[in-house]
Design a protein around this ligand. Structure first.
Ligand code: WT7
Length: 559
Protein backbone atom coordinates (compact mmCIF):
# COMPACT_ATOMS: atom_id res chain seq x y z
CA UNK A 1 0.00 0.00 0.00
CA UNK A 2 1.14 3.51 -0.81
CA UNK A 3 2.47 5.49 2.12
CA UNK A 4 3.00 9.24 1.95
CA UNK A 5 5.79 10.50 4.15
CA UNK A 6 5.69 13.94 5.77
CA UNK A 7 7.71 16.82 4.44
CA UNK A 8 10.54 18.30 6.49
CA UNK A 9 9.66 21.09 8.88
CA UNK A 10 9.08 21.79 12.53
CA UNK A 11 5.72 20.96 13.99
CA UNK A 12 4.26 21.45 17.45
CA UNK A 13 3.72 17.78 18.13
CA UNK A 14 7.30 16.72 17.45
CA UNK A 15 8.66 19.05 20.04
CA UNK A 16 6.14 17.92 22.63
CA UNK A 17 5.41 14.23 22.20
CA UNK A 18 7.26 11.11 21.04
CA UNK A 19 5.54 8.22 19.29
CA UNK A 20 4.51 5.57 21.80
CA UNK A 21 4.79 7.84 24.83
CA UNK A 22 1.70 7.83 27.07
CA UNK A 23 -0.28 11.04 27.03
CA UNK A 24 -2.69 12.20 29.70
CA UNK A 25 -5.04 15.09 29.13
CA UNK A 26 -4.15 16.48 32.59
CA UNK A 27 -1.01 17.68 30.91
CA UNK A 28 -3.11 20.36 29.18
CA UNK A 29 -4.85 21.61 32.35
CA UNK A 30 -2.20 24.15 33.37
CA UNK A 31 -3.06 26.07 30.18
CA UNK A 32 -6.35 27.17 31.69
CA UNK A 33 -7.52 29.23 34.68
CA UNK A 34 -9.28 26.13 35.93
CA UNK A 35 -5.91 24.81 37.09
CA UNK A 36 -5.56 27.67 39.55
CA UNK A 37 -9.09 28.66 40.38
CA UNK A 38 -11.20 25.58 39.66
CA UNK A 39 -13.40 27.67 37.37
CA UNK A 40 -13.27 28.39 33.64
CA UNK A 41 -14.96 30.19 30.81
CA UNK A 42 -14.44 29.38 27.13
CA UNK A 43 -14.72 33.01 26.08
CA UNK A 44 -12.11 34.11 28.59
CA UNK A 45 -9.67 31.54 27.17
CA UNK A 46 -10.52 32.44 23.57
CA UNK A 47 -10.39 36.20 23.89
CA UNK A 48 -9.60 37.95 27.19
CA UNK A 49 -6.55 35.84 28.00
CA UNK A 50 -4.83 36.94 24.79
CA UNK A 51 -5.45 40.59 25.54
CA UNK A 52 -4.14 40.18 29.10
CA UNK A 53 -1.05 38.46 27.78
CA UNK A 54 -0.21 41.32 25.44
CA UNK A 55 -1.68 40.02 22.18
CA UNK A 56 -4.47 42.61 22.02
CA UNK A 57 -3.18 44.16 18.82
CA UNK A 58 -2.96 40.85 17.03
CA UNK A 59 -5.51 40.16 14.31
CA UNK A 60 -8.14 37.75 15.61
CA UNK A 61 -10.72 37.73 12.80
CA UNK A 62 -10.29 38.52 9.15
CA UNK A 63 -13.52 38.65 7.21
CA UNK A 64 -13.92 38.50 3.44
CA UNK A 65 -17.10 38.74 1.40
CA UNK A 66 -17.95 39.83 -2.10
CA UNK A 67 -18.37 43.42 -1.00
CA UNK A 68 -16.10 44.00 1.94
CA UNK A 69 -13.18 43.05 4.07
CA UNK A 70 -12.92 43.59 7.84
CA UNK A 71 -10.27 42.83 10.34
CA UNK A 72 -10.68 42.60 14.08
CA UNK A 73 -7.87 42.55 16.62
CA UNK A 74 -8.18 40.52 19.78
CA UNK A 75 -8.83 43.81 21.57
CA UNK A 76 -11.60 44.78 19.11
CA UNK A 77 -13.13 41.37 19.59
CA UNK A 78 -12.93 41.60 23.36
CA UNK A 79 -14.64 44.99 23.48
CA UNK A 80 -17.43 43.98 21.13
CA UNK A 81 -18.03 40.66 22.88
CA UNK A 82 -18.23 42.53 26.18
CA UNK A 83 -20.72 45.07 24.85
CA UNK A 84 -22.93 42.33 23.44
CA UNK A 85 -22.62 40.35 26.67
CA UNK A 86 -23.87 43.40 28.58
CA UNK A 87 -26.85 43.79 26.26
CA UNK A 88 -27.75 40.13 26.68
CA UNK A 89 -27.48 40.49 30.46
CA UNK A 90 -29.71 43.58 30.42
CA UNK A 91 -32.36 41.51 28.71
CA UNK A 92 -32.22 38.83 31.36
CA UNK A 93 -29.97 36.21 29.78
CA UNK A 94 -28.30 34.20 32.52
CA UNK A 95 -26.31 31.11 33.24
CA UNK A 96 -27.67 27.97 31.57
CA UNK A 97 -30.17 29.81 29.33
CA UNK A 98 -30.30 28.75 25.70
CA UNK A 99 -29.26 31.46 23.27
CA UNK A 100 -29.69 30.48 19.63
CA UNK A 101 -27.58 32.21 17.01
CA UNK A 102 -28.93 32.25 13.46
CA UNK A 103 -26.52 34.33 11.43
CA UNK A 104 -24.44 34.05 8.28
CA UNK A 105 -20.70 33.45 8.32
CA UNK A 106 -19.66 36.85 9.61
CA UNK A 107 -17.74 38.20 12.62
CA UNK A 108 -21.12 38.95 14.23
CA UNK A 109 -21.72 35.23 14.45
CA UNK A 110 -18.47 34.82 16.39
CA UNK A 111 -19.27 37.79 18.62
CA UNK A 112 -22.79 36.54 19.37
CA UNK A 113 -21.56 33.09 20.32
CA UNK A 114 -18.70 34.33 22.47
CA UNK A 115 -20.90 36.92 24.21
CA UNK A 116 -23.51 34.33 25.14
CA UNK A 117 -20.81 31.99 26.44
CA UNK A 118 -19.14 34.76 28.40
CA UNK A 119 -22.22 35.17 30.59
CA UNK A 120 -22.64 31.43 31.07
CA UNK A 121 -25.43 30.81 28.57
CA UNK A 122 -25.56 27.70 26.36
CA UNK A 123 -25.21 28.78 22.75
CA UNK A 124 -27.07 27.06 19.92
CA UNK A 125 -25.66 28.01 16.53
CA UNK A 126 -28.08 27.28 13.68
CA UNK A 127 -26.94 26.56 10.13
CA UNK A 128 -27.50 29.63 7.95
CA UNK A 129 -29.43 27.71 5.29
CA UNK A 130 -32.00 26.19 7.66
CA UNK A 131 -35.59 26.82 6.69
CA UNK A 132 -38.51 27.55 8.97
CA UNK A 133 -39.23 24.05 10.22
CA UNK A 134 -35.62 23.13 10.91
CA UNK A 135 -35.31 26.33 12.95
CA UNK A 136 -38.58 25.68 14.75
CA UNK A 137 -37.84 22.04 15.65
CA UNK A 138 -34.51 22.93 17.21
CA UNK A 139 -35.55 25.93 19.26
CA UNK A 140 -38.73 24.21 20.32
CA UNK A 141 -37.02 21.02 21.47
CA UNK A 142 -35.16 22.80 24.25
CA UNK A 143 -37.62 25.65 24.79
CA UNK A 144 -35.01 28.14 23.62
CA UNK A 145 -35.52 31.52 25.24
CA UNK A 146 -33.34 33.81 23.19
CA UNK A 147 -32.37 34.18 19.57
CA UNK A 148 -29.81 36.40 17.88
CA UNK A 149 -30.45 36.73 14.17
CA UNK A 150 -30.55 39.25 11.37
CA UNK A 151 -33.42 40.88 9.50
CA UNK A 152 -32.68 38.90 6.33
CA UNK A 153 -33.30 35.65 8.26
CA UNK A 154 -36.47 36.70 10.10
CA UNK A 155 -38.84 35.22 7.54
CA UNK A 156 -37.42 31.82 8.48
CA UNK A 157 -38.12 32.28 12.20
CA UNK A 158 -41.69 31.09 12.90
CA UNK A 159 -42.15 33.29 15.96
CA UNK A 160 -45.78 32.34 16.51
CA UNK A 161 -44.90 28.66 16.81
CA UNK A 162 -42.19 29.36 19.37
CA UNK A 163 -43.93 30.43 22.57
CA UNK A 164 -40.77 29.83 24.66
CA UNK A 165 -38.89 32.49 22.75
CA UNK A 166 -38.68 35.64 24.85
CA UNK A 167 -36.41 38.13 23.18
CA UNK A 168 -35.28 38.09 19.58
CA UNK A 169 -32.21 40.21 18.94
CA UNK A 170 -31.26 41.40 15.49
CA UNK A 171 -27.90 42.57 14.24
CA UNK A 172 -29.45 45.42 12.25
CA UNK A 173 -29.94 48.94 13.49
CA UNK A 174 -33.71 49.19 13.40
CA UNK A 175 -36.27 46.51 12.89
CA UNK A 176 -39.72 47.14 14.26
CA UNK A 177 -40.56 44.80 17.13
CA UNK A 178 -37.06 43.45 17.70
CA UNK A 179 -34.12 44.39 19.93
CA UNK A 180 -31.21 45.73 17.94
CA UNK A 181 -28.22 44.19 19.66
CA UNK A 182 -25.81 46.22 17.56
CA UNK A 183 -27.27 49.60 18.45
CA UNK A 184 -27.77 48.76 22.11
CA UNK A 185 -24.18 47.50 22.20
CA UNK A 186 -22.95 50.93 21.12
CA UNK A 187 -24.21 52.34 24.40
CA UNK A 188 -22.61 49.64 26.53
CA UNK A 189 -19.33 49.50 28.42
CA UNK A 190 -16.33 47.79 26.90
CA UNK A 191 -15.95 45.70 30.04
CA UNK A 192 -18.16 42.85 31.11
CA UNK A 193 -18.26 40.34 33.92
CA UNK A 194 -17.19 36.83 33.08
CA UNK A 195 -19.44 34.11 34.44
CA UNK A 196 -16.94 31.65 35.88
CA UNK A 197 -18.30 28.15 35.46
CA UNK A 198 -17.36 24.56 36.18
CA UNK A 199 -15.67 22.39 33.58
CA UNK A 200 -18.86 20.40 33.26
CA UNK A 201 -21.26 23.32 32.84
CA UNK A 202 -23.05 23.60 29.49
CA UNK A 203 -21.34 25.46 26.65
CA UNK A 204 -23.20 24.76 23.44
CA UNK A 205 -25.91 22.69 21.80
CA UNK A 206 -25.81 21.22 18.30
CA UNK A 207 -28.67 19.30 16.81
CA UNK A 208 -27.64 16.21 14.96
CA UNK A 209 -29.57 13.66 12.98
CA UNK A 210 -30.09 10.04 13.85
CA UNK A 211 -31.69 7.35 11.71
CA UNK A 212 -34.93 7.62 13.65
CA UNK A 213 -36.80 10.58 15.05
CA UNK A 214 -36.09 14.27 14.91
CA UNK A 215 -32.58 15.66 15.40
CA UNK A 216 -31.22 15.35 18.95
CA UNK A 217 -29.65 18.17 20.94
CA UNK A 218 -26.05 17.31 21.77
CA UNK A 219 -24.80 19.42 24.66
CA UNK A 220 -21.13 20.03 25.27
CA UNK A 221 -19.51 21.41 28.40
CA UNK A 222 -16.71 23.95 28.84
CA UNK A 223 -14.25 21.09 29.43
CA UNK A 224 -14.10 20.60 25.63
CA UNK A 225 -11.52 23.40 25.65
CA UNK A 226 -8.86 20.97 26.85
CA UNK A 227 -9.12 18.84 23.73
CA UNK A 228 -10.08 21.61 21.34
CA UNK A 229 -7.00 23.58 22.31
CA UNK A 230 -4.74 20.54 22.14
CA UNK A 231 -6.00 19.25 18.79
CA UNK A 232 -5.70 22.79 17.43
CA UNK A 233 -2.07 22.64 18.48
CA UNK A 234 -1.16 19.13 17.42
CA UNK A 235 -3.57 18.20 14.61
CA UNK A 236 -4.13 21.61 12.99
CA UNK A 237 -0.55 22.42 13.99
CA UNK A 238 -1.50 26.04 14.74
CA UNK A 239 1.38 28.35 15.53
CA UNK A 240 1.77 32.00 16.46
CA UNK A 241 1.82 33.37 12.90
CA UNK A 242 -0.72 31.17 11.23
CA UNK A 243 -3.57 32.50 9.15
CA UNK A 244 -6.15 29.81 9.53
CA UNK A 245 -9.35 29.12 7.65
CA UNK A 246 -12.02 26.54 8.40
CA UNK A 247 -14.72 26.61 5.74
CA UNK A 248 -17.59 25.22 7.85
CA UNK A 249 -20.46 27.33 9.20
CA UNK A 250 -20.74 27.28 13.04
CA UNK A 251 -24.18 25.68 12.67
CA UNK A 252 -22.23 22.49 12.06
CA UNK A 253 -20.01 21.33 14.87
CA UNK A 254 -16.86 21.68 12.76
CA UNK A 255 -17.59 25.36 12.28
CA UNK A 256 -18.04 25.91 16.00
CA UNK A 257 -15.15 23.84 17.27
CA UNK A 258 -12.55 24.40 14.57
CA UNK A 259 -13.96 27.62 13.11
CA UNK A 260 -14.50 29.53 16.35
CA UNK A 261 -13.05 27.96 19.52
CA UNK A 262 -9.90 26.00 18.61
CA UNK A 263 -8.19 28.75 16.58
CA UNK A 264 -9.01 31.43 19.16
CA UNK A 265 -7.83 29.18 21.99
CA UNK A 266 -4.56 28.95 20.10
CA UNK A 267 -4.43 32.69 19.51
CA UNK A 268 -4.10 32.62 15.72
CA UNK A 269 -5.81 34.72 13.04
CA UNK A 270 -9.09 33.19 11.85
CA UNK A 271 -10.33 33.84 8.34
CA UNK A 272 -14.10 34.05 7.81
CA UNK A 273 -15.52 33.93 4.32
CA UNK A 274 -19.11 35.01 3.83
CA UNK A 275 -20.82 33.48 0.87
CA UNK A 276 -21.09 30.30 -1.08
CA UNK A 277 -18.51 28.03 -2.59
CA UNK A 278 -16.83 29.06 -5.80
CA UNK A 279 -13.33 27.93 -6.71
CA UNK A 280 -12.37 31.49 -7.73
CA UNK A 281 -13.67 33.08 -4.54
CA UNK A 282 -12.02 30.50 -2.33
CA UNK A 283 -8.64 30.63 -4.03
CA UNK A 284 -8.89 34.39 -3.89
CA UNK A 285 -9.37 34.34 -0.12
CA UNK A 286 -6.39 32.00 0.33
CA UNK A 287 -4.23 34.33 -1.74
CA UNK A 288 -5.45 37.61 -0.22
CA UNK A 289 -5.26 36.48 3.39
CA UNK A 290 -2.21 34.30 2.91
CA UNK A 291 -3.96 31.32 4.47
CA UNK A 292 -1.42 28.87 5.89
CA UNK A 293 -3.61 26.21 7.51
CA UNK A 294 -6.79 25.14 5.77
CA UNK A 295 -9.52 22.84 7.14
CA UNK A 296 -12.25 21.80 4.73
CA UNK A 297 -14.22 18.81 3.49
CA UNK A 298 -13.73 16.23 0.73
CA UNK A 299 -16.60 17.69 -1.28
CA UNK A 300 -14.85 21.07 -1.35
CA UNK A 301 -11.56 19.50 -2.40
CA UNK A 302 -13.36 17.55 -5.12
CA UNK A 303 -15.05 20.72 -6.37
CA UNK A 304 -11.74 22.56 -6.47
CA UNK A 305 -10.26 19.65 -8.36
CA UNK A 306 -13.03 19.68 -10.94
CA UNK A 307 -12.78 23.47 -11.35
CA UNK A 308 -9.54 22.66 -13.16
CA UNK A 309 -5.90 23.58 -13.23
CA UNK A 310 -6.39 26.75 -15.23
CA UNK A 311 -8.39 28.35 -12.47
CA UNK A 312 -5.96 27.26 -9.81
CA UNK A 313 -2.90 28.57 -11.66
CA UNK A 314 -4.29 32.08 -11.62
CA UNK A 315 -3.75 32.33 -7.87
CA UNK A 316 -0.72 32.39 -5.65
CA UNK A 317 -1.43 29.66 -3.14
CA UNK A 318 2.10 29.25 -1.79
CA UNK A 319 1.12 30.48 1.68
CA UNK A 320 -0.57 27.12 2.34
CA UNK A 321 1.47 24.78 4.51
CA UNK A 322 -1.02 22.38 6.10
CA UNK A 323 -4.25 20.98 4.64
CA UNK A 324 -6.91 19.06 6.53
CA UNK A 325 -10.23 17.40 5.81
CA UNK A 326 -13.21 16.09 7.76
CA UNK A 327 -16.77 14.91 7.54
CA UNK A 328 -16.84 12.20 4.88
CA UNK A 329 -14.50 9.70 3.28
CA UNK A 330 -11.48 11.36 1.68
CA UNK A 331 -10.70 9.63 -1.59
CA UNK A 332 -7.04 8.78 -2.23
CA UNK A 333 -7.27 10.47 -5.63
CA UNK A 334 -8.05 13.76 -3.91
CA UNK A 335 -4.90 13.39 -1.81
CA UNK A 336 -2.85 12.72 -4.94
CA UNK A 337 -4.40 15.70 -6.69
CA UNK A 338 -3.58 17.98 -3.74
CA UNK A 339 0.02 16.81 -3.85
CA UNK A 340 0.19 17.85 -7.49
CA UNK A 341 -1.79 21.05 -7.04
CA UNK A 342 -0.35 22.40 -3.78
CA UNK A 343 2.64 20.18 -3.12
CA UNK A 344 0.95 19.20 0.13
CA UNK A 345 -0.70 16.14 1.62
CA UNK A 346 -4.30 16.38 2.82
CA UNK A 347 -4.60 15.25 6.44
CA UNK A 348 -7.88 13.48 7.07
CA UNK A 349 -9.44 13.73 10.53
CA UNK A 350 -12.34 11.82 12.05
CA UNK A 351 -14.79 12.83 14.75
CA UNK A 352 -18.49 13.47 15.26
CA UNK A 353 -20.81 16.05 16.74
CA UNK A 354 -21.10 13.86 19.83
CA UNK A 355 -17.33 13.55 20.31
CA UNK A 356 -16.75 17.31 20.55
CA UNK A 357 -13.28 17.23 19.00
CA UNK A 358 -11.06 15.18 16.72
CA UNK A 359 -10.27 11.64 17.87
CA UNK A 360 -8.62 10.00 14.88
CA UNK A 361 -6.32 11.96 12.60
CA UNK A 362 -3.29 12.04 10.39
CA UNK A 363 -0.82 14.04 12.45
CA UNK A 364 1.37 16.44 10.48
CA UNK A 365 4.59 14.49 10.98
CA UNK A 366 3.35 10.95 10.53
CA UNK A 367 2.99 8.80 7.44
CA UNK A 368 -0.34 8.90 5.64
CA UNK A 369 -1.91 5.83 4.11
CA UNK A 370 -4.33 7.24 1.53
CA UNK A 371 -7.79 5.85 2.20
CA UNK A 372 -7.23 5.86 5.96
CA UNK A 373 -8.55 8.48 8.39
CA UNK A 374 -5.32 8.15 10.35
CA UNK A 375 -4.73 6.83 13.86
CA UNK A 376 -6.20 7.68 17.25
CA UNK A 377 -4.52 10.85 18.51
CA UNK A 378 -2.45 10.79 21.72
CA UNK A 379 -4.76 10.31 24.69
CA UNK A 380 -7.39 8.44 22.66
CA UNK A 381 -7.86 4.69 22.28
CA UNK A 382 -9.93 3.26 19.44
CA UNK A 383 -10.98 -0.29 18.65
CA UNK A 384 -13.07 -2.21 16.15
CA UNK A 385 -15.68 -4.36 17.87
CA UNK A 386 -18.14 -7.07 16.87
CA UNK A 387 -21.86 -7.06 17.68
CA UNK A 388 -21.17 -8.34 21.19
CA UNK A 389 -18.56 -5.73 21.98
CA UNK A 390 -15.54 -8.02 21.55
CA UNK A 391 -12.52 -6.72 19.66
CA UNK A 392 -12.26 -7.84 16.05
CA UNK A 393 -8.91 -9.00 14.69
CA UNK A 394 -6.86 -6.36 12.87
CA UNK A 395 -7.82 -6.07 9.23
CA UNK A 396 -11.42 -7.12 9.78
CA UNK A 397 -14.44 -4.89 9.62
CA UNK A 398 -16.57 -4.06 12.66
CA UNK A 399 -17.99 -1.21 14.72
CA UNK A 400 -15.68 1.70 15.40
CA UNK A 401 -15.45 2.29 19.15
CA UNK A 402 -13.61 4.78 21.35
CA UNK A 403 -12.63 4.12 24.94
CA UNK A 404 -14.57 6.53 27.17
CA UNK A 405 -13.94 9.19 28.42
CA UNK A 406 -12.10 11.90 26.59
CA UNK A 407 -12.35 15.59 27.56
CA UNK A 408 -14.62 16.72 24.71
CA UNK A 409 -17.22 13.95 24.84
CA UNK A 410 -20.78 15.29 24.95
CA UNK A 411 -22.21 16.11 28.35
CA UNK A 412 -25.70 14.89 27.47
CA UNK A 413 -28.33 14.48 24.82
CA UNK A 414 -30.91 17.07 25.73
CA UNK A 415 -33.78 15.45 27.64
CA UNK A 416 -32.99 12.07 26.15
CA UNK A 417 -31.06 9.74 28.44
CA UNK A 418 -32.09 6.77 26.38
CA UNK A 419 -30.41 8.20 23.31
CA UNK A 420 -27.27 8.93 25.31
CA UNK A 421 -27.24 5.34 26.60
CA UNK A 422 -27.58 4.03 23.05
CA UNK A 423 -23.99 5.11 22.35
CA UNK A 424 -22.84 2.65 25.04
CA UNK A 425 -24.60 -0.63 24.20
CA UNK A 426 -21.84 -2.75 25.80
CA UNK A 427 -21.36 -0.72 28.99
CA UNK A 428 -19.51 2.45 29.88
CA UNK A 429 -16.15 1.37 28.55
CA UNK A 430 -16.77 1.77 24.83
CA UNK A 431 -18.49 4.58 22.95
CA UNK A 432 -19.91 3.15 19.72
CA UNK A 433 -19.71 5.65 16.88
CA UNK A 434 -22.16 4.12 14.42
CA UNK A 435 -19.41 3.84 11.79
CA UNK A 436 -18.01 0.62 10.37
CA UNK A 437 -14.24 0.49 10.11
CA UNK A 438 -11.14 -1.63 9.75
CA UNK A 439 -7.98 -1.11 11.79
CA UNK A 440 -4.77 -2.35 10.25
CA UNK A 441 -1.64 -3.78 11.93
CA UNK A 442 -0.19 -0.29 12.38
CA UNK A 443 -3.32 1.11 13.99
CA UNK A 444 -4.53 3.05 10.93
CA UNK A 445 -8.33 3.22 10.73
CA UNK A 446 -10.18 2.79 7.43
CA UNK A 447 -13.79 4.00 7.19
CA UNK A 448 -16.17 1.44 5.69
CA UNK A 449 -19.56 3.15 5.95
CA UNK A 450 -22.26 3.81 8.51
CA UNK A 451 -23.80 0.95 10.41
CA UNK A 452 -27.15 2.72 10.39
CA UNK A 453 -29.17 4.48 7.69
CA UNK A 454 -27.57 7.90 8.08
CA UNK A 455 -26.87 9.79 4.87
CA UNK A 456 -23.70 11.81 4.41
CA UNK A 457 -24.12 14.33 1.60
CA UNK A 458 -21.16 16.69 1.20
CA UNK A 459 -20.17 15.99 4.81
CA UNK A 460 -23.60 16.95 6.10
CA UNK A 461 -25.27 14.32 8.18
CA UNK A 462 -28.88 13.81 7.20
CA UNK A 463 -31.33 11.57 9.01
CA UNK A 464 -33.61 9.73 6.57
CA UNK A 465 -36.51 9.88 9.01
CA UNK A 466 -36.65 13.66 9.00
CA UNK A 467 -36.82 13.78 5.20
CA UNK A 468 -39.36 10.95 5.02
CA UNK A 469 -41.58 12.70 7.56
CA UNK A 470 -41.42 15.89 5.60
CA UNK A 471 -42.34 14.17 2.33
CA UNK A 472 -45.29 12.51 4.05
CA UNK A 473 -46.68 15.90 4.96
CA UNK A 474 -47.32 16.48 1.26
CA UNK A 475 -50.70 15.11 0.27
CA UNK A 476 -49.36 13.40 -2.84
CA UNK A 477 -47.06 11.13 -0.85
CA UNK A 478 -48.41 7.91 0.62
CA UNK A 479 -45.14 6.32 1.74
CA UNK A 480 -41.50 7.33 1.61
CA UNK A 481 -38.14 5.66 2.09
CA UNK A 482 -35.06 7.85 1.94
CA UNK A 483 -31.49 6.63 1.42
CA UNK A 484 -28.05 7.88 0.40
CA UNK A 485 -27.05 7.17 -3.20
CA UNK A 486 -23.31 7.14 -4.04
CA UNK A 487 -22.19 10.27 -5.90
CA UNK A 488 -18.80 11.21 -7.34
CA UNK A 489 -18.61 14.75 -5.99
CA UNK A 490 -20.87 14.80 -2.95
CA UNK A 491 -20.06 11.37 -1.60
CA UNK A 492 -23.75 10.64 -1.38
CA UNK A 493 -26.93 12.36 -2.49
CA UNK A 494 -30.34 12.12 -0.86
CA UNK A 495 -32.60 9.80 -2.83
CA UNK A 496 -36.27 9.28 -2.02
CA UNK A 497 -38.45 6.35 -3.02
CA UNK A 498 -42.13 7.13 -2.71
CA UNK A 499 -45.58 5.78 -3.43
CA UNK A 500 -48.35 8.20 -4.35
CA UNK A 501 -51.80 8.72 -2.94
CA UNK A 502 -54.62 7.61 -5.30
CA UNK A 503 -55.44 10.81 -7.17
CA UNK A 504 -51.86 11.71 -8.05
CA UNK A 505 -49.85 10.64 -11.06
CA UNK A 506 -46.11 10.76 -11.34
CA UNK A 507 -44.70 13.51 -13.53
CA UNK A 508 -41.71 15.83 -13.48
CA UNK A 509 -43.76 18.74 -12.20
CA UNK A 510 -44.95 16.85 -9.16
CA UNK A 511 -41.46 15.57 -8.35
CA UNK A 512 -40.08 19.08 -8.59
CA UNK A 513 -42.82 20.30 -6.30
CA UNK A 514 -41.88 17.63 -3.76
CA UNK A 515 -38.23 18.57 -3.91
CA UNK A 516 -39.10 22.20 -3.30
CA UNK A 517 -41.47 21.21 -0.53
CA UNK A 518 -38.62 19.65 1.45
CA UNK A 519 -36.17 22.35 0.48
CA UNK A 520 -38.39 25.23 1.57
CA UNK A 521 -39.53 23.65 4.80
CA UNK A 522 -36.47 21.78 5.99
CA UNK A 523 -33.24 22.80 4.28
CA UNK A 524 -31.75 22.68 0.81
CA UNK A 525 -29.17 20.05 1.72
CA UNK A 526 -31.92 17.68 2.92
CA UNK A 527 -34.05 17.91 -0.21
CA UNK A 528 -33.92 14.72 -2.29
CA UNK A 529 -31.89 15.22 -5.45
CA UNK A 530 -33.63 12.19 -6.91
CA UNK A 531 -37.16 10.95 -6.35
CA UNK A 532 -38.37 7.64 -7.69
CA UNK A 533 -42.03 6.70 -7.68
CA UNK A 534 -42.76 3.03 -6.96
CA UNK A 535 -45.84 0.82 -6.88
CA UNK A 536 -44.94 -0.26 -3.38
CA UNK A 537 -41.97 -0.03 -1.03
CA UNK A 538 -40.16 -3.08 0.33
CA UNK A 539 -41.13 -3.73 3.96
CA UNK A 540 -40.41 -6.11 6.80
CA UNK A 541 -43.04 -8.80 6.99
CA UNK A 542 -43.76 -8.58 10.66
CA UNK A 543 -43.71 -4.91 11.57
CA UNK A 544 -44.20 -3.44 8.11
CA UNK A 545 -41.19 -1.15 8.50
CA UNK A 546 -39.80 0.21 5.27
CA UNK A 547 -36.55 -1.55 4.39
CA UNK A 548 -34.15 1.25 3.56
CA UNK A 549 -31.40 -1.33 3.11
CA UNK A 550 -33.31 -2.97 0.26
CA UNK A 551 -33.89 0.41 -1.39
CA UNK A 552 -30.21 1.15 -1.16
CA UNK A 553 -29.22 -2.14 -2.75
CA UNK A 554 -31.79 -1.70 -5.48
CA UNK A 555 -30.32 1.67 -6.22
CA UNK A 556 -26.79 0.26 -6.54
CA UNK A 557 -27.79 -2.57 -8.83
CA UNK A 558 -30.65 -1.29 -10.92
CA UNK A 559 -30.16 2.49 -10.91
C1 WT7 B 1 -20.13 11.30 10.91
C2 WT7 B 1 -20.30 12.36 11.94
C3 WT7 B 1 -17.48 16.51 13.28
C4 WT7 B 1 -17.09 16.11 11.94
C5 WT7 B 1 -18.11 16.53 10.93
C6 WT7 B 1 -19.28 15.59 10.81
C7 WT7 B 1 -18.67 10.84 9.15
C8 WT7 B 1 -16.68 12.23 9.87
C9 WT7 B 1 -15.12 11.40 8.61
C10 WT7 B 1 -13.95 11.00 7.89
C11 WT7 B 1 -15.25 9.38 6.80
C12 WT7 B 1 -16.32 10.71 8.34
C13 WT7 B 1 -18.84 9.60 10.00
C14 WT7 B 1 -19.25 10.17 11.36
N1 WT7 B 1 -17.27 11.27 9.13
N2 WT7 B 1 -15.38 12.33 9.56
N3 WT7 B 1 -12.78 11.62 8.09
N4 WT7 B 1 -14.07 9.99 7.00
N5 WT7 B 1 -16.38 9.71 7.44
O1 WT7 B 1 -19.92 15.45 12.04
O2 WT7 B 1 -22.32 15.52 11.32
O3 WT7 B 1 -21.67 14.56 13.55
O4 WT7 B 1 -21.15 13.35 11.42
O5 WT7 B 1 -19.48 11.85 9.76
O6 WT7 B 1 -19.84 8.79 9.48
O7 WT7 B 1 -19.93 9.24 12.16
P1 WT7 B 1 -21.34 14.76 12.12
Amino acid sequence: MAVLTPAEGSHNIDEEWKEGEPFHWERVHPEFTWYETGKVNMTYECVDRHVEQGRGEKKALWYFSEHEEQSWTYLDLQKEVNRWANVLKNHGVGKGDFVFVFLPKHPHCHVAMLAAVKIGAVVGPLFEAFMEEAVRDRIKDCDGEYLITSSEFLDRVPKKELPSLGTIFVTDDHVEGYVSITSEAKKEKEEAMTEWVDLNDGLNIHYTSGSTGKPKGIIHAHRVMIQQYQTGRWVLDLKEDDIYWCTAHPGWVTGTVYGVFAPLLNGVTTVIHGGRFSAEAWYDVIEKAGVSVWYSAPTAYRMLKSAGEDVRRRYDLTSLRHLLSVGEPLNPEVIYWAQEAFGLRVHDTWWMTETGAQLIANLPTRNIKPGSMGRPIPGVEAAVLDEEGQERPRGEVGHLAIRADWPAIMKEVWKNEEKYASYFPHGEEWYIAGDLAIMDEDGYVFFQGRSDDMINASGERIGPFEVESKLLEHEAVAEAGVVGKPDEVRGEIVKAFITLTPTYVANEELLEELRLFVKRRLAAHAAPKEIEVMEELPKTQISGKILRRKLKERDRVGG
